[in-house]
Ligand binder design. Structure first.
Ligand code: ZN
Length: 57
């Protein structure tokens, strides 16, 4: 079953992890500019995904 929101959430998660794995300036507390941007979009998608799960009950 296709779920584009879930797919985008997973893709953002993967992109963020891959960046963290490669980036030497990212740390758990402070990411570099790209790391922060990836994290923000991951957090936004995660919120949207969890909200939808809650609303669908
Ligand atoms: Zn980084």
């Amino acid at each position: 079953m296709a779920d584009s929101l879930y797919d985008r959430y997973m893709a953002a998660d993967r992109a963020h992890r891959e960046h963290e794995g490669q980036c030497t300036s990212c740390s758990p507390e402070t990411g570099c500019e790209t790391g922060r941007r990836l994290y923000e979009s991951l957090a936004r998608l995660q919120d949207a995904y969890l909200n939808r799960l809650r609303n669908e009950g």
